[in-house]
Design a protein around this ligand. Structure first.
Ligand SMILES: *Cc1c(COP(=O)(O)O)cnc(C)c1O
Length: 348
């Protein structure tokens, strides 16, 4: 064994290909004739963009989105027949590298359109229909894009996760008006939650992200299947007497003689500090609460009620994104993208 050939890390993410594909198929079915793409930015919402892309492409997904050009090289070579687009568009200093990569920018400013115009290549374009984040203003879009080959004209919803919000319909109507004046190969508006708003929001192409990976709102009353489970290895087991405390700030005090398992998982791995005291492991169906503060590299679980464990055992630490987000006071997006680089990511 060479000195750098370590065994796998003490924490792993078990990733469920079937759940990922079934989530995408729920979206694809819900949008009928529209194309169903996939947003795989931020390393596939923390789970692994390259692996997610391979599985979704094999299931029939043809259209993928990342945020930065810097995310593209890790995805090469692209699976046959798919397109990849970069949601932040392209800057002058990125242009030479961008032209060498098999991806298209989603141009977001008039200056980006002017820059890309010189290349003579097709593009995608973002229109800001009311979010006031990225995109051309509706009033300038037709003029700025005159003579451009626009493969896809996009817009993005600000409030899709709140179906009652009036901005949803205002954005839809605004984008429809722009679309009527601006020729493009296809028109796209909906993220995951936007798909659940119904057929009027589906247009030609949709861009779900979070729902593929276990969180957010799904169409037709479905629930996104969790894709990732955490397993971590017990480094040490100890018996703590009643009155003993565990971890930083002595935040857990044992009310009975307790057995504490300390595992190689902490907030540096994305096991959020907000899960202190509320996260849990599951051992043979027994829920074992996080005992005290989650630290950077370690967490302790109260395994007193679990069947016998040994140091070196792997334990399951459930990570259903919406459940854990509620417990941690965060969003499922934040929890997923924070999953760190120290995990062994194991796809089944
Ligand atoms: C991230 C993103 C998506 C995917 O959004 P989800 O809410 O994760 O489904 C779609 N479109 C754009 C422009 C995005 O930035």
């Amino acid at each position: 064994m060479s000195p750098t050939a370590f065994p796998p890390p003490q924490a792993r993410l078990l990733l469920d290909s079937a759940a990922l594909i079934a989530n995408w198929q729920d979206f694809a079915r819900a949008v009928g004739a529209a194309d169903c793409g996939a947003a795989i930015k931020a390393d596939g919402y923390g789970l692994g963009a390259r692996e997610a892309m391979a599985r979704l492409a094999a299931a029939g997904c043809r259209t993928f989105y990342v945020a930065h050009w810097q995310e593209v090289p890790a995805l090469l070579p692209l699976p046959a027949g798919v397109t990849l687009s970069v949601l932040h568009g392209v800057t002058a200093d990125e242009l030479p590298a961008a032209l060498a990569l098999p991806a298209l920018p989603v141009l977001v400013t008039a200056a980006q359109v002017a820059l890309w115009r010189q290349t003579g290549r097709p593009c995608e374009v973002m229109v800001d229909s009311g979010m006031n984040r990225l995109g051309l203003a509706p009033s300038e879009t037709a003029d700025v894009l005159a003579g451009m080959n626009v493969a896809v004209l996009h817009s993005h919803l600000a409030c899709a996760d709140n179906p009652a919000h009036p901005l949803n319909e205002r954005q839809r109507a605004c984008f429809a008006e722009v679309a009527a004046r601006v020729p493009a190969g296809a028109y796209a508006l909906a993220n995951s939650a936007g798909i659940a708003l119904g057929a009027a929001f589906h247009l030609d192409l949709v861009r779900p992200g979070i729902g593929l990976f276990g969180g957010g709102l799904m169409p037709n009353g479905r629930v996104s299947r969790p894709v990732a489970r955490i397993q971590a290895r017990i480094i040490q087991l100890r018996d703590v007497p009643a009155g003993g405390t565990v971890g930083y700030a002595a935040a857990f005090a044992a009310t009975r003689p307790s057995r504490i398992a300390t595992v190689a998982l902490g907030y540096a791995d994305g096991y959020a500090r907000g899960l202190s005291g509320v996260g849990f492991a599951e051992v043979a169906g027994v829920r074992c609460p996080a005992a005290g503060r989650i630290s950077m590299d370690l967490s302790a679980f109260d395994v007193t009620d679990a069947p016998a464990l040994a140091e070196g055992d792997w334990i399951d630490i459930p990570f259903d994104p919406e459940t854990m987000a509620t417990l941690a006071g965060r969003t499922s997006y934040e929890l997923l993208v924070a999953l760190g680089q120290r995990f062994d990511r194991v796809w089944a």
